[in-house]
Design a binder for this molecule. Structure first.
Ligand SMILES: Nc1nc2c(ncn2[C@@H]2O[C@H](COP(=O)(O)OP(=O)(O)OP(=O)(O)O)[C@@H](O)[C@H]2O)c(=O)[nH]1
Ligand SMILES: [Mg+2]
Length: 219
């Protein structure tokens, strides 16, 4: 009899990610995985998304953090259900944690699930969760050289949100250089320049997202 070998945690994770995907597809639910370094603006972007779509779609948020429930409390204040996962030291979310959260959230009542991954530019890029869309955020204060240092995150993401553009005058951030590097690494990536503070560019990003969600729900 042949013995099946799972190549460590990555294969095991992919099997559960595929199960998450099946569960979401069965119920026509769209799930996005939001990733960035700590403080680049994940929770701010999620609040902006909820403001833009939660009247039209029934949404829920899964918050991943090493500790605490600060972010899930910020989401819950808006009236949108939020589940906090504390990884207890691990620097990324895994598919099995998301699977547990999805079962608690009762996906048949939902249209959109937004996952805020743990703040980190390395590990979250390696673990599929079963998402429809991988969204990464880079804030301008982090510098335009980050794709050279964290290539997997930039090449795996479907969307790059360059956040905090209101702060550009205070930095030496070079948008043209960033875009050139990222599109060389990942020609299919779609880039939006936004500020969650001034709301510049946010409308364009939300309009794009609404189209992507509507496309999935048509299927
Ligand atoms: N100036 C400016 N500040 C912003 C912008 N977006 C977010 N911030 C601020 O940046 C800080 C971090 O934002 P969060 O949304 O909490 O970032 P996060 O990525 O969720 O942080 P962690 O969950 O801790 O990794 C907060 O003080 C926000 O108010 C922006 O576009 N411009
Ligand atoms: Mg956050």
């Amino acid at each position: 009899m042949e013995v099946e070998v799972l190549e460590g945690i990555f294969d095991a994770n992919e099997i559960i990610a595929a199960e998450n995907r099946r569960l979401l597809d069965e119920h026509g639910v769209f799930m996005m995985n939001i990733m960035s370094s700590p403080g680049a603006g994940k929770t701010s972007v999620i609040l902006a998304i909820l403001e833009g779509i939660s009247k039209e779609y029934s949404c829920a948020v899964i918050e991943g953090d090493i500790a605490g429930k600060v972010d899930s409390e910020r989401i819950a204040e808006t009236g949108v259900p939020a589940i906090q996962i504390n990884t207890g030291g691990s620097c990324h979310l895994e598919a099995k944690q998301v699977n547990t959260a999805l079962k608690r959230l009762k996906v048949d009542d939902l249209d959109v699930v937004i996952v805020e991954n743990v703040g980190n530019l390395v590990c979250p890029a390696e673990f599929k969760l079963g998402e429809d869309l991988k969204v990464m955020i880079l804030s301008v204060a982090e510098g335009h050289d980050k794709p050279h240092k964290y290539p997997l995150m930039f090449s795996e993401s479907d969307i790059l949100l360059v956040n905090k553009i209101d702060m550009i005058p205070l930095t030496d951030f070079d948008m043209a250089k960033l875009k050139e590097t990222v599109t060389r690494m990942n020609p299919r990536v779609k880039i939006f320049e936004i500020s969650c503070r001034t709301k510049e560019g946010v409308g364009e990003w939300i309009a794009f997202l609404k189209n992507v969600i509507a496309e999935k729900r048509k299927k």
